[in-house]
Design a protein around this ligand. Structure first.
Ligand code: SF4
Length: 216
């Protein structure tokens, strides 16, 4: 396999020689910018068309994603697929990725329990998310959960304060903030789960509606 292009050490994405998603995936596979590469199976790059107008950013790969090398293919991915369908957003029209590209977990016997990436890991991995944004140039981005929002806004944010309204990132890119679909999997109460799911679909619809208005 050809080696990934050498990237500058000063976080200057504009000066990076990486131009394509394939080059980016190779570079991510060799990344040692934070310790998470040590225990994960592989880096999980974002997936989708470079022409996608909407980018969805999650937190990190889960157990299934770590093994498959693809984002959102586990239970949270199935929940996302269902919500996208209900929001009338074809999944193959969006670019899906994560704020952090390696799986973070704690080994408990044979099980690998998900762990939330810390601010340092999110900030170190932002370099790759910035590359994806530079290559795909989405018209709008949806942050799925607090880790994605932390990466995109460069600070900790409260989801409930920002959701349901269009936000702007530092470079002016329109952004929408909602929950991570894995949150829905953890809700035990049936009615609460149904309510939160409807809210999640409504958030996705808001982003799609905004995109539609821009295209009109
Ligand atoms: S999580 Fe991100 S920054 Fe850390 S090693 Fe993996 S690709 Fe690099």
């Amino acid at each position: 396999m050809a080696r990934a292009p050498k990237v500058p050490p000063d976080d200057d994405v504009a000066g990076s020689p990486i131009r394509t998603l394939a080059e980016l995936a190779k570079a991510e596979a060799e990344c040692t910018r934070c310790p998470l590469y040590k225990d994960a199976t592989q880096a999980v790059p974002g997936e989708g068309r470079t022409s996608a107008r909407l980018m969805l950013v999650g937190e990190k790969p889960g157990d299934k994603e770590d093994l498959a090398g693809k984002p959102f293919v586990g239970p949270a991915g199935a929940m996302l697929d269902r919500a996208l369908d209900d929001a009338d957003i074809p999944r193959d029209t969006v670019f899906v990725t994560n704020a952090v590209k390696h799986f973070k977990f704690e080994q408990r016997g044979k099980r690998r329990l998900h762990k939330r990436p810390n601010a340092y890991e999110i900030d170190r991995c932002k370099w790759w998310l910035d590359h994806e944004r530079t290559i795909v140039r989405p018209a709008a981005i949806v942050a799925l959960g607090a880790s994605a929002a932390r990466s995109l806004f460069g600070r900790a944010v409260t989801i409930t304060k920002l959701r349901a309204q269009e936000q702007r990132l530092a470079d002016g890119t329109p952004a929408f903030v909602t929950i991570h679909p894995s949150y829905l999997l953890r809700i035990q109460d049936k009615d609460d789960k149904a309510h939160e799911y409807r809210q999640f679909v409504a958030d996705l619809r808001s982003a799609a509606k905004w995109l539609g208005q821009q295209a009109a």
